[in-house]
Design a protein around this ligand. Structure first.
Ligand SMILES: [Cu+2]
Length: 140
């Protein structure tokens, strides 16, 4: 009897583990000339993001424009980078450092946009301002 119960427990735990792994999705962003496609993506907590066709590009989170408790990320140049599972909810602005002057950046929204007011509070200008506009549009 005890064996039966622990077996069921083991099966339940295994299924929970599998469903977590299966449900965590990988999202692909493609670098195209000096932009990221799609520029703004919405993902679930625990998903990952990968960048493709990154020759000559980087992806690096922008200081002050990610959730307070989140770790940012920084790729090497030309690296088809994949984030670890993004477990802190909120909005992450990122840039391609070599092409930020040309406005090459993007946004990952993990779960709910909990830090939107905080990002607005930084009064972004230029490319960051355009990213904010696209973020708000995506949230409508
Ligand atoms: Cu670039």
């Amino acid at each position: 009897m005890n064996f039966g119960k622990s077996l069921i427990g083991t099966i339940a735990a295994t299924l929970t583990l599998f469903s977590t792994v299966i449900l965590a999705a990988e999202h692909i962003v493609t670098a195209k000339v000096t932009s990221f496609k799609p520029t703004v993506i919405r993902i679930s907590i625990g998903d990952t993001v990968s960048w493709d066709k990154m020759s000559g590009h980087t992806t690096e989170t922008i200081q002050g424009m990610i959730p307070q408790d989140a770790k940012g990320w920084m790729s090497a140049i030309s690296e088809n980078f994949t984030t670890p599972p993004l477990t802190v909810e909120g909005i992450y602005f990122y840039k391609c450092t070599p092409h930020w002057g040309a406005g090459m950046g993007g946004v990952v929204i993990v779960g709910e946009p909990t830090n939107l007011a905080s990002i607005e509070g930084t009064k972004p200008r230029g490319a960051a301002k355009r990213l904010l506009k696209k973020t708000k549009k995506a949230l409508k």
